[in-house]
Ligand binder design. Structure first.
Ligand SMILES: NC(=O)c1ccc[n+]([C@@H]2O[C@H](COP(=O)([O-])OP(=O)(O)OC[C@H]3O[C@@H](n4cnc5c(N)ncnc54)[C@H](O)[C@@H]3O)[C@@H](O)[C@H]2O)c1
Length: 264
């Protein structure tokens, strides 16, 4: 599949990794629908793209809403005439431990709130499911060559303080294998699915994280720095052109290794 002349939808496309993916695809000659909740950022990205002669539309949508995902997929197809790529970058973190104890009494003083749990599961997991499902439906019915790219995370292995996020990202890691297994069973051969599990990447998402914990984690990254969103975007572009990549989730972490313990 060529990036040039392809049509992509990128959720969370108005910031961070999603924005880098959008801009990479545009540079390579794709047309892109930028889906996000932040209208100001959508406008900024679309203006930048159009100033440089790129072809993109902005669609305000909430990926947790079934009617919104159907709407942005339909709008992409009706604007550009087809759909070849769906990348699900919309995501949030809401960190906290399951329980916190009062130091004096030893009793539970705080629990991971249902709101924090539900917000992450709804946006990161359900939003990914709905986007992939509706994008795949359009690709099958249109008969277009397609690639689905769910965004997992290296924290799929289980990050302390991220029960909600790690649970969502572990489930997302499995999606390519299950989806492609089902496509094989159903005789659907025009769509591949490759997940991407980024390591710690230089975006605003990390500003919501415990900065001391982040500093400690960076000591375990072999290249000694955060991943750049453009490096993830470049990998997604490569996944489009290399058809042998399928039914798997690729880690891109800069070498996240726990040098004194388990190598993960
Ligand atoms: N930054 C990292 O270190 C890192 C590491 C691994 C995985 N990831 C994953 O990469 C993805 C992108 O993260 P990022 O770092 O670019 O974060 P980011 O905060 O810069 O971008 C996320 C975007 O998603 C949008 N969004 C949030 N909720 C939405 C909703 N309900 N509907 C539509 N859009 C919504 C936000 O408005 C924002 O523009 C996320 O899924 C994240 O979990 C990030």
């Amino acid at each position: 599949m060529e990036i040039k002349d392809s049509v992509a939808v990128v959720t969370g496309g108005a910031s961070g990794i999603g924005e880098a993916v959008v801009k990479h695809l545009i540079r390579c000659g794709a047309r892109v629908a930028v889906v996000d909740l932040e209208q100001k950022n959508i406008d900024r990205v679309i203006t930048e793209i159009r100033q440089q002669g790129g072809d993109a539309i902005g669609v305000w949508a909430d990926v947790t809403s079934e009617s919104d995902t159907a709407r942005f997929i339909n709008e992409t197809v009706s604007t550009f005439g087809k759909l070849n790529l769906a990348v699900t970058c919309a995501g949030i973190i809401r960190d906290g431990t399951l329980l916190s104890l009062d130091k004096e009494t030893g009793h539970v003083s705080k629990k991971l709130s249902f709101e924090k749990w539900k917000a992450v599961i709804d946006i990161d997991l359900t939003g990914t499911f709905l986007t992939l499902r509706d994008a795949a439906e359009a690709m099958v019915n249109g008969g277009w060559e397609g690639l689905l790219v769910p965004i997992s995370s290296v924290n799929k292995v289980g990050q302390i303080g991220q029960l909600n996020y790690s649970s969502a990202k572990a489930a997302i890691e499995l999606m390519p294998k299950i989806i492609i297994g089902e496509f094989l069973m159903r005789g659907i051969h025009n769509i591949r699915c490759v997940g991407i599990a980024p390591g710690y990447t230089e975006t605003s998402l990390l500003t919501g994280m415990n900065q001391e914990a982040l500093k400690a984690i960076l000591a375990d990254v072999h290249i000694g720095r955060l991943i750049k969103p453009e490096e993830i975007a470049d990998m997604i572009g490569y996944c489009m052109t290399n058809h042998a990549l399928n039914a798997t989730t690729i880690e891109i972490t800069g070498g996240l290794c726990y040098s004194h313990g388990i190598a993960k």
